[in-house]
Design a protein around this ligand. Structure first.
Ligand code: PGA
Length: 243
């Protein structure tokens, strides 16, 4: 089954770094018809990557608004005009540092859907919520709030990234069985609530040395990779391993 691999560069790399990255990764063994590799750099490097790399390019965020007086924001329509087909939305770093709520993220999904950009929507529980056995409750609440107001067809384009907040950048991950069960929970919930099949990715402290744990998991359609995607050699090996 084909997999989706999303590299989230976060606020890292300069233009020179991105150029070196491209030079390296363009030489690896990769069949573009087999898996979808989507690299998400800072906005300003999207045109450069789109023009130079053989992978797909996505954004890390988008404005909740259509256009107008929103200094510093980038709209979905602008991303579309740069041929962007994917955007990460609702990453926990945005929820924490920029107070994004489900309501705001729902509006961002709307902007993406209206501009033919596939949303990669992040959801996940905090450590405290997990300890209180609230993971499913949190994921359920998120999905019902985020998926509000879309047609079945639009919902089927949403990719959900299950990213436990405590696993991001921490080196600690859920067990493969926990990931499979949670992904099943998400898919089953969406299937019963909306009669739609969606794709679910896992993200949080994925790296090359642990990759064997994540390959071949039931109900997992791919991976969202932060730190390890910034290291071009490591990320290239991950891509080759999956291919
Ligand atoms: P990480 O980040 O792979 O560095 O844990 C994942 C993410 O933030 O999407």
């Amino acid at each position: 089954m084909s997999k989706i691999v999303v590299g989230n560069f976060k606020m890292n790399m300069t233009l020179q770094d991105v150029a070196q990255y491209v030079q390296y990764i363009n030489n690896i063994n990769f069949n573009p018809n087999q898996n979808e590799i989507i690299l998400c750099p800072s906005y300003i490097y999207i045109p450069y990557l789109n023009n130079n790399i053989k992978f797909k390019v996505g954004a890390q965020d988008v404005s909740a608004n259509h256009m107008g007086s929103y200094t510093g924001e980038i709209s979905a329509m602008q991303l579309k005009s740069e041929n962007v087909k994917y955007s990460i939305l609702g990453h926990s770093e945005r929820r924490m540092n920029f107070r994004e709520t489900e309501n705001i993220i729902n509006k961002k999904i709307r902007q993406c859907v209206d501009n033919n950009i596939k949303p990669i929507v992040c959801i996940g529980e905090s450590k405290e919520e997990r300890l209180m056995m609230k993971t499913e409750q949190i994921l359920r609440r998120s999905i019902l709030d985020l998926f509000r107001g879309f047609t079945k067809e639009q919902l089927s384009d949403i990719i959900v990234a299950y990213e436990p907040i405590w696993a991001i950048g921490s080196g600690i991950t859920p067990t493969p069985k926990e990931i499979e069960e949670t992904a099943y929970y998400i898919k089953d919930l969406v299937r019963s609530a909306y009669k739609v099949d969606i794709r679910v990715l896992y993200g949080g402290s994925i790296n090359l040395s642990d990759m064997h744990k994540f390959i071949g998991l039931n109900n997992i359609d791919g991976y969202l990779i932060g730190g390890a995607s910034i290291d071009v050699e490591e990320f290239s090996k991950i891509v080759e391993l999956i291919s």
